[in-house]
Design a protein around this ligand. Structure first.
Ligand SMILES: CC(C)(COP(=O)(O)OP(=O)(O)OC[C@H]1O[C@@H](n2cnc3c(N)ncnc32)[C@H](O)[C@@H]1OP(=O)(O)O)[C@@H](O)C(=O)NCCC(=O)NCCS
Length: 176
């Protein structure tokens, strides 16, 4: 468990399913993803995040505030189907409930995740991946000190070629 000024970052639990669905099933929040999730898809996402935490001892965490999970922020091994390069490759990621945007929560949580990657996991580097047109997320990557590695940009295999979300960018943060 990690405490920041306003958030508790902790592993997801089964009882968070409703809070997570409020994030994952919102079309505006998911506009840079191939599809908005339905409740079943969100529950599957919850199970995958819990399984990653169990297997690796870290993961995409629940960002809790006032007893509710208001966002996802953390670290995970990039799933093989969308990895721009061979493993091991750990990505930082984030997604917050729309009601809490632009209040500094994602930066606060992501800063703690960067510290964890560097000081606890002692990784040599992390990446962040997103659709090329995801300007808010790219701005957050830059604010965290990450650098766009243009040579590593890739086409997402599960997004249609004619979709504006097809092209993905890779940002990197090196610790060594
Ligand atoms: C991206 C996201 C997590 C940002 O969350 P947030 O809590 O609003 O972000 P913060 O308030 O901490 O802002 C941190 C920085 O992100 C960038 N940013 C956030 N929202 C932005 C926006 N709408 N437009 C441009 N930049 C934005 C800015 O650089 C900002 O720093 P600043 O406030 O000094 O300008 C949120 O918009 C979100 O959940 N989006 C949908 C999910 C998503 O796309 N996730 C990423 C997939 S890879």
């Amino acid at each position: 468990m990690i405490r920041t000024e306003r958030l508790t970052l902790r592993p997801w639990r089964a009882e968070d399913a409703e809070d997570l669905a409020a994030i994952n099933c919102d079309a505006e929040t998911m506009r840079f993803f191939a599809a908005v999730m339905d409740r079943e898809g969100s529950d599957g996402h919850l199970a995958r995040m819990m399984a990653h935490q169990d297997e690796h001892g870290f993961g995409m965490w629940a960002a809790e505030r006032d007893g509710h999970a208001i966002g996802i922020v953390g670290l995970q091994h990039v799933p093989a189907h969308r990895a721009p390069e061979p493993p091991p490759l750990v990505e930082i990621g984030w997604r917050f409930h729309r009601a809490h945007w632009r209040q500094g929560y994602a930066f606060e949580g992501a800063t703690a995740a960067v510290d964890y990657a560097r000081d606890v996991l002692r990784l040599p580097s992390i990446v962040a991946l997103t659709a090329r047109i995801n300007a808010p997320s790219r701005a957050l990557m830059q604010k965290l000190g990450m650098t766009h590695d243009e040579a590593a940009d890739f086409d997402h295999p599960s997004v249609p070629v004619d979709s504006p979300l097809h092209r993905h960018v890779v940002y990197r943060l090196r610790f060594t």
